[in-house]
Design a binder for this molecule. Structure first.
Ligand SMILES: *Cc1c(COP(=O)(O)O)cnc(C)c1O
Length: 383
C-alpha cells in the first residue's frame, strides 16, 4: 500500500502509549489524564490517535470542536470527551445528545445548554472556564458571582469541571506568572465552592504544567504536545533540570515521509528552482521530492532544512515549491528514484525533529506537526 503513496505520515502507537504511561506516572493515582486530540490530534490523525488514547489509558479526550467530538463518537469510543474550543449556541443541543462536555464561560451558552437538557431525563455536563490571566476564554472574576448564581438556578446543568489555562508556563524558566494565575484560580474556586455548595473536579495543567508543577495537577491534567513525544519548549526542558527533576523520556510519535521522484545531475553555475535563489558552485546530484508548502512543508524552510535519504542528511536546495522540493544528494551516491526520504523522523542513525524545522521557521513544534496537510495519508508504522 505504502508503495502507492507519494507521501505519508507514520504514527508509532508504542511511542504514543509510552508517553501516556509517562504522564500516568507523573500524575500518580489522584489526577485523571485527558489526552488532548484537538486539531486532528496535533496533525497526527484523530482517527488513529483517539482509539490509541482510549486503549493506552487516557481517562478523557480533549477535542477542539463539535465535529471532532462527533467523530470520536463515530469511532465508537464512549469515554468522556471535553470540547475545549467554541461550539455555536445553535449546536449545543447536538453536543449534549452526543454526550460531549462543552467548556462554557458565558450566560447565553449556559442557558442554551440547560434548555437542550430540559425533558431529556439527564443533566447536561459542562466545564466552567475561569479567567486567571491568559485573557482568552473564561469568566472574569468580577462576573463570577452572577454566573454562579445563574448556574445554581439552571437545574438541567451539571458542572463536570472547573478549569483555567496557563499563559506562559512553557515560555520561561520563571514561573512567577503561573503561580500568580494559580493564586487567582484557587481564590475563584473558593467562590465556586461557596456558591454551589460543592467543589467540582478541577483542572488546569497542560503538558508543561504537568511536567513542572505538581500543584497544577488538581483532579485532571490536559496533556497535548508531550503525549506526541515533543517537549513544549526548550525552556520546559531546562526548567525540569533546574528543578532537579529527571526529564521524562518522551518518544516522538510522528514521522513524515515521501519518496524520490527524480534524480539528476546539474552542472556548476546552474540555478535551482524559483527565483534562481540557489546557484551551484560545483556539479550537483539533485533529488526532486513530491512535497511542498501546500502539504505543510513550510516555504520558510527553503534553503534551510535537510531531509534524510539512505540515513544521511540532504540539504533542501533553493525554494520550496507548492507541491515539490529539491534536495542535494551529491554526497549520497546510492540515492535512487523511489527511495524513501524522511522530512520528519528517523532513518538509520539520523533524525530530523519537528523542533529543528520549527527553529528554522521561527515557530514552535506544535505548528509544524499540526499544519501537515489533512490530505496527507496517516498510517500506522509497521511493527
Ligand atoms: C491545547 C490545550 C491543552 C494542551 O496543551 P499542551 O501544551 O499541548 O499540552 C490544554 N488545555 C487547553 C485548554 C488547550 O487548549
Amino acid at each position: 500500500m505504502r508503495s502507492t503513496l507519494t507521501q505519508w505520515v507514520e504514527i508509532d502507537p508504542a511511542a504514543y502509549c509510552s508517553n501516556l504511561k509517562v504522564f500516568r506516572k507523573i500524575l500518580g493515582g489522584r489526577s485523571r489524564l485527558m489526552a488532548v486530540v484537538k486539531a486532528d490530534a496535533y496533525g497526527h490523525g484523530l482517527d488513529l490517535v483517539a482509539p490509541l488514547a482510549a486503549r493506552g489509558g487516557a481517562d478523557v479526550l480533549g477535542v477542539n470542536n463539535l465535529e471532532e467530538g462527533l467523530r470520536v463518537r463515530e469511532l465508537g469510543l464512549d469515554l468522556p470527551v471535553v470540547v475545549l474550543g467554541y461550539i455555536p449556541l445553535a449546536r449545543l443541543g447536538d453536543a449534549f445528545e452526543a454526550g460531549l462536555e462543552p467548556v462554557l464561560y458565558n450566560a447565553a451558552s449556559l442557558i442554551r445548554l440547560h434548555e437542550a437538557a430540559k425533558g431529556a431525563g439527564r443533566k447536561a455536563p459542562f466545564h466552567l472556564k475561569l479567567e486567571t490571566g491568559v485573557n482568552r476564554q473564561g469568566v472574569m472574576e468580577e462576573d463570577l458571582q452572577d454566573i454562579l448564581l445563574l448556574i445554581r438556578n439552571l437545574d438541567g446543568l451539571s458542572m463536570a469541571g472547573v478549569s483555567m489555562h496557563f499563559a506562559n508556563i512553557e515560555d520561561t524558566t520563571d514561573h512567577a506568572f503561573a503561580r500568580f494565575q494559580l493564586v487567582n484560580f484557587n481564590r475563584m474556586i473558593g467562590r465556586v465552592e461557596s456558591v454551589l455548595g460543592r467543589r467540582p473536579p478541577v483542572h488546569a495543567a497542560c503538558s508543561a504544567a504537568a511536567i513542572l508543577l505538581k500543584e497544577t495537577h488538581f483532579d485532571m491534567a490536559r496533556v497535548g504536545i508531550s503525549s506526541y513525544g515533543l517537549w513544549p519548549s526548550k525552556e520546559t526542558y531546562l526548567s525540569t533540570i533546574l528543578l532537579h527533576q529527571d526529564p521524562p523520556r518522551l518518544e516522538p510519535v510522528l514521522s513524515w515521509k515521501t519518496r524520490i521522484a527524480q534524480i539528476k545531475r546539474i552542472p556548476a553555475d546552474s540555478h535551482v528552482g524559483y527565483g534562481c535563489s540557489f546557484r551551484a558552485t560545483h556539479p550537483i546530484r539533485m533529488a526532486v521530492l513530491p512535497v511542498g508548502y501546500y502539504d505543510g512543508y513550510d516555504r520558510r524552510l527553503s534553503g534551510q532544512a535537510q531531509v534524510l535519504v539512505k540515513g544521511k542528511r540532504a540539504p533542501v536546495l533553493g525554494r520550496v515549491c507548492m507541491n515539490m522540493l529539491m534536495a542535494d544528494v551529491t554526497d549520497i551516491p546510492d540515492a535512487a528514484v523511489e527511495d524513501e526520504a524522511v522530512l520528519i523522523g528517523a532513518q538509520g542513525k539520523e533524525r530530523i525533529t519537528a523542533d529543528e524545522l520549527a527553529a528554522a521557521c521561527h515557530t514552535i513544534n506544535y505548528e509544524i506537526v499540526a499544519r501537515i496537510g489533512a490530505h496527507v495519508p496517516r498510517v500506522v508504522r509497521d511493527a
